[in-house]
Design a protein around this ligand. Sequence first.
Ligand SMILES: [Zn+2]
Length: 73
Amino acid sequence: MKEIVIKDKQNYLIKNYPFSEIPELADRKKCIHCDSEIIVGNYKVFADESGVEYISCPNTPKCNGTVIDWFDI
Ligand SMILES: [Zn+2]
């Protein structure tokens, strides 16, 4: 997986967030993979070999959770 640098993180979320309720960058959620509280705006983006991009836990590579593992606190 290759890390992608996102310049406009809010805009990227608006375009790529998989659920209808798009969070603000300052929102906090809980990643159930690493059991940590995260700040949404610290997310990372990684692309796989076919170019599919994944919104990933800020604790990547320690955590392999993605946006679907985040829950409201
Ligand atoms: Zn995590």
